[in-house]
Design a protein around this ligand. Structure first.
Ligand SMILES: Cc1ncc(COP(=O)(O)O)c(C=O)c1O
Length: 381
């Protein structure tokens, strides 16, 4: 697979290695958004079928991306916090149970658990990143598995860590959660699209993904999958479109006690956003055309040599087996100063993020070896 820079309009004046902050938009995605605005300019261009068809297409496209056989288990959400709130509402946590999360997890995958744990007087067990450099990823994964017990009701993690790309072993966590009867909920925001993910293989209870990072869509729209444990549950809001036969606009005030099938009751009100839905659809169509496996392999090749060079210069990056290629943290020795590094990268127009004690590098399919060389030269000079 080749670099796809030509599909984007990224400024040539910067080296953008910051997809974990926000991806740029592809040209086709921008066009889809402009088309959406055009349609609302003349509202007769929006038909009543469009309220359903486009969301349906988006669910199917995302289902394909994550290898889910049942598109009506996929719903459109505005944010990760929304997707997690639906989980929290249905967990029925008791005081002698616990929730296991990972240290420094993204807040949208923490606050919902804090609220229900506080209300139930239940415990949250947080597994921090081990304070070592050797075998850090391996140890961290072992400690997470050790923390899951028969008292665990929920394990809520990312499949990679959002600050430094540490990979968490989803299969092993799923096995352990099944053994103890706990739910498994995954925040896939920082990798889905760039790292293959297979719902049918992992079978999480929920997968929640914001659309504006590795999915390459716009802001304020994302996707969630809810498994069978949610089938008879309660959504956090009651909206008209999630009710059975809402397609029949003239019958809406004959209020219906039943929901649309699968997990559709958990979808956000006004999910048929005529600007954001076509944009995210256009983005995921491209990802499916390129295929996450190919994007993943492209990124593995792209970062391998630059990471070796950084290591030769004393920087620390997690070993390959336990780190993503679309997002990795670079840590340094005491004689390096974070402020000096920030200034150097900024002066060189190399755009990255800083999270905790790591420089967060997050390339994607629009980056090429020159971009990574700019990073390495700036950090090592
Ligand atoms: C791992 C992760 N999850 C979720 C989000 C965004 O959450 P929300 O959609 O609730 O704003 C981010 C944003 O940086 C993130 O890094």
């Amino acid at each position: 697979m080749n670099c796809k820079k030509a599909e984007f309009n990224l400024s040539s004046e910067v080296t953008y290695l910051n997809c974990a902050y926000m991806s740029p938009l592809m040209k086709t995605v921008k066009e889809a958004g402009i088309m959406g605005i055009e349609r609302k300019t003349n509202p007769f261009m929006v038909s009543s079928e469009d309220f359903f068809n486009e969301s349906d297409k988006l669910r199917k496209e995302f289902a394909h991306l994550v290898n889910c056989e049942e598109p009506n288990r996929i719903v459109i959400i505005p944010s990760v916090s929304y997707g997690m709130a639906n989980v929290a509402k249905n967990l029925n946590l008791n005081s002698d149970e616990n929730i296991v999360i990972i240290g420094e997890q993204f807040p949208s995958n923490v606050y919902s658990w804090m609220e229900i744990a506080q209300n139930a007087r239940a415990e949250i067990i947080t597994i921090p990143g081990p304070d070592v450099r050797e075998n850090r990823g391996k140890l961290w994964n072992e400690q997470i598995l050790d923390a899951i017990s028969s008292k665990t009701k929920l394990v809520a993690t990312g499949n990679i860590h959002w600050t430094d790309g540490t990979i968490f072993d989803m299969k092993a966590i799923r096995k352990k959660t099944r053994d103890v009867g706990a739910w498994m909920v995954i925040d896939g925001t920082q990798s889905i699209g760039a790292l293959p993910f297979n719902i049918d293989e992992i079978q999480p209870d929920a997968l929640v993904v914001a659309g504006y990072k590795s999915l390459m869509g716009p802001y304020s729209i994302g996707m969630a999958y809810y498994g069978e444990v949610f089938d008879d549950g309660n959504p956090i809001e009651q909206n008209w479109i999630n009710r059975f036969e809402s397609e029949n606009f003239s019958n809406l005030v004959n209020y219906n006690d039943h929901y649309q099938p699968g997990a559709l009751r958990y979808e956000v009100g006004e999910h048929s956003n005529f600007i954001l839905v076509p944009m995210l659809l256009a983005a995921i169509q491209k990802l499916n055309e390129w295929k996450p496996e190919n994007i993943h392999n492209y990124l593995i090749d792209l970062v391998e040599e630059p990471i070796s060079k950084l290591r030769e210069h004393g920087f620390w990056v997690e070993e390959t087996k336990y780190r993503a290629s679309n997002l990795f943290g670079v840590r340094f020795n005491k004689h390096h100063s974070m402020d000096a590094i920030k200034k150097k990268l900024m002066d060189a127009n190399v755009l990255v993020s800083y999270r905790g004690d790591a420089i967060r590098i997050s390339p994607n399919i629009y980056n090429d070896s020159k971009d990574l060389a700019a990073l390495v030269t700036t950090l090592t000079s």
